[in-house]
Design a protein around this ligand. Sequence first.
Ligand SMILES: Cc1cc2nc3c(=O)[nH]c(=O)nc-3n(C[C@H](O)[C@H](O)[C@H](O)COP(=O)(O)O)c2cc1C
Length: 428
Amino acid sequence: MPATGNILHIGMSLAATWLTGRDRAAGPQDRDPIAADIELCRMSEAARLDFMFLPDTLFADPRGLRGGAGIGPGGLDPTLRLAALSQHTRQVGLLTTVSTTFVPPYILARQLQSLHWLSGGRAGWNIVTALDGQRNFGLDDMPGPEEKYARAAEATEIVRRLWASNPAASADDAPPAEPIDHAGRYFRVAGPLNVRMPPTDRIPLVQAGASETGRSFAAQVADAIFASTPDKEAALSLRRDLRRRAAAHGRAADDIVVMPGLNCYLADSRAEAEELFMETHAGIDRTRRLEMVRQMIGLDLTDWPEDRPIRAADLPELPARLRSRTHSGLLRRMILRDEPTLAELLRRPESAGSGHWRIIGTVDDAAEQIAEWHRDGAIDGFINVPGGGRDSMRRTLQELIPQLSERGLFRRDYGGDTFLGHLRQRRA
Ligand SMILES: Cc1cc2nc3c(=O)[nH]c(=O)nc-3n(C[C@H](O)[C@H](O)[C@H](O)COP(=O)(O)O)c2cc1C
């Protein structure tokens, strides 16, 4: 599928994936939790990125909590963190993640609308159904995937109706707020919302989760998709499928912006970039990684010989309860296609539970590969999930992004001040 000729849409994750061991030791994050965020926001806004992004979970794995001072592994609440950052930025969008499985729609609608006011129209909602954390919300088991999506669909509908229930007003014209009187399968919500809609573009909806049900949900409601596509074929087929589904729902195919996560490890030469990658991953906790693989596809590799290929016949039945069908599917697909050894498997993004697109090389290599994926119709943009430390991140923002602008693939300037406006901007 050829590209549309539209510009790319680019977000920057604020999650601390970019800290190499060296940066982490030197990092002032915990003493001043917002200083590093502000710096990254300013650099991203100077590069004219569409948005800053924060993923989120509502649990902590006790094995990851080995003492230590400071904030801890989960980080601060993403919506509060972005609210603070809204006061240090003017144009960049602010995409928060809130789970429909755990957070009631009224609270969710109010938090998002509050962020939208505080930022002057720059809030965005990454709708997730969540991977874990049920025991923090009075549940023994995670609801099954179909139930999670049914809840997500109902919650999203309620949130949109709540936003609309208290419409924007100018000083002398105040339309009344109206109840929504929702009584559905999972929720009963009277409304109206106690916060008015700001007089600006609405809040864009982003969705992550690419199982059959996830795609169908996204095709109906999402303005953009946060995708896991470790290779171009995965991106091509996901984008093609989502565009077809959007059209079947009477939407324009271009209404859905498909953005995979992208880890860049950038350096002056390919050899140095490879070194940077190896250094960043040298400290992986092998036992935890093997446990993740076991959870994702049911295969126990604890005693597996390092150089024995893993083949289709080695794969057991998928576990009945999967945290993410998307990520399990990506890992199985890679094993069936590549028959990796254990060492190769551990090096691949699919085994890390994220499955993101990865570029290890020079700035020119990255620009070339991004241009190719865009030209071939595999992406509408990407969310930069930095790997490889501060220097690689600086190269991304100060060298790679300007190069994409020079190639006409990315904006030279913002066309407006709202997040939805950025996502709808089509020409540089
Ligand atoms: C790229 C990507 C990012 C995700 N980010 C989050 C997140 O930040 N927090 C979260 O709780 N779940 C996250 N999820 C999980 C999804 O919301 C969903 O629960 C999961 O993928 C299962 O849906 P599926 O059956 O469609 O795969 C993410 C999923 C994907 C694919």
